[in-house]
Design a protein around this ligand. Sequence first.
Ligand code: HEC
Ligand code: HEC
Length: 334
Amino acid sequence: MSKIHSVIAAIALAGTSSAVLSQALPTTAPAPADNPTTPQKVALGKMLFHDPRLSSSGTVSCASCHNTMLGGEDNRAGSVGVEAQVGGRSAPTVWNAAFNKVQFWDGRAASLEEQAAGPVTNPIEMGMKSWNDVVSRLETIEGYQIAFKKAFGTETISKDNATKAIAAYERTLITPNSPYDKYVKGDKKALTEQQVRGMNLAVEIGCTGCHSGPAFNGPGTFQKFPINYNGYLEAQYDFKKDTGLAEVTGKKEDEHLWKVPTLRNIALTAPYFHNGKIKTLDKAVKLMAKMQLDKNLSKEEISDIVAFLDALTGEFPKQEMPTLPPTTGTTFNK
Ligand code: HEC
Ligand code: HEC
């Protein structure tokens, strides 16, 4: 691109700042045609999500690493699975995951349904040998037979139905009405002056070039991370060790490509980045500007952007913990 063109592009970007940031978070998430969201499915999915009997040891549920009473993750760098094993990536939040175009840091799952099949048989997460074992276990619990019948019209318990129910529940995990949402809907007092400054700066310097749209997670395209990087930074943060999408595809051109994560509720989900190496939001913003945009932000500019990111914390719908159907007269892993 010629210099003139890039200036024009920059002006165009600045000029559209209000257009770029004008989207409130939708209050419902779209469901795929073969898995419409119903209250019965959501109720079943909520039980499965919170049931540690889906793990080999009976100690780990989805909620162990994705705490729905908090920010939807575990505030740890590496999550703890069965037999106290610790994984190499930080758990992303399940709040608003329904608005991700792809799931996992490396985007290897195309839907919430596909994602939900993974952790249960992952040896360091929930450790079940196979989905057949999970199904056999659920079949011994009468309450689940009833709940599957209510949700799917059939007592047949299957991996397909279990993951559909979990995904249906996750589509209800939406946090609307953040100060930012109120602002874009017309309540200009919902953001402080500092937050407005931070918002404009984030648009101007290009954060929203990648973190675009109502969930600030982009259109689903993969982005390189880190871009401007050196040995000094690597020695501190280890961001290059994990090659992202290339770990799945094995292709050189996919090295260090990652899904753009949502910035919704980002103030609640430290530590940051795929390996959870960064403990504070200030530091995450400073590093993002440096690594992704080659910009050195001042202390004030960092504070302004962090203040804006604070305004992306939404309202969390009250979660009532489900009563799980009991295993009666025997142990769950007989
Ligand atoms: C031991 C901890 C642990 C357990 C248990 C666990 N997860 Fe996760 N979850 C993670 C980690 C770590 C990642 C990121 C892994 C990656 O990107 O490779 C993740 C990723 C996800 C994502 C993708 C979110 C995004 O923004 O990309 C969803 C959705 C999710 N998990 C839902 C679930 C569900 C549903 C269950 C139960 C069936 C579950 N998880 C069980 C740790 C866990
Ligand atoms: C070129 C695309 C791109 C640009 C520009 C960009 N980001 Fe990111 N951002 C990403 C990607 C990709 C990740 C995930 C990195 C990882 O951990 O693998 C990310 C991660 C983050 C995280 C951590 C998310 C989490 O859940 O841990 C924050 C916070 C963040 N970005 C804020 C910003 C801010 C603020 C700016 C502007 C200063 C910015 N980003 C600019 C692509 C971008």
